[in-house]
Design a protein around this ligand. Sequence first.
Ligand code: FES
Length: 150
Amino acid sequence: MAGMYSAKVMDHFMNPRNVGELENPSGVGEVGNPKCGDIMRMSLQIEDNVITDVKFKTFGCGAAIATSSMATTLIKGKTVEEALKLTNKAVVEALEGLPPVKIHCSVLAEQAIKAALADYYRKNGVDPEPIVGKLEEDCHACDEHGCGSH
Ligand code: FES
């Protein structure tokens, strides 16, 4: 099975970077994956518009761990605007690919970062929606109708 994954994915899965939770984060985002029901929580420390620290916690699979780990290393030291532009595609590329069935896992990291940035904007009195866009922070439709059953 391990052969499906690149060395980079295995490295970030075995030694994930930036795992945990920040004590006084500037923004926190938690999202659920409608495809599998897994959860991701991302906390950001932002000073002078720059992400100085980031930590994640996930109740997700190995691919979710690897993509979040890679995503945190890609946004650390970047500005808020740069972090907003990070796509799951860029994270997957940095990991040298993921099996197609695992692409949805990488969306979790992107969405959690966006949710944390939205929280940061909100805390600063800025409406995040025009900047971050609409986010499915959790999938109520899935809770109600049972995701995957249709
Ligand atoms: Fe749920 Fe990968 S299967 S995040």
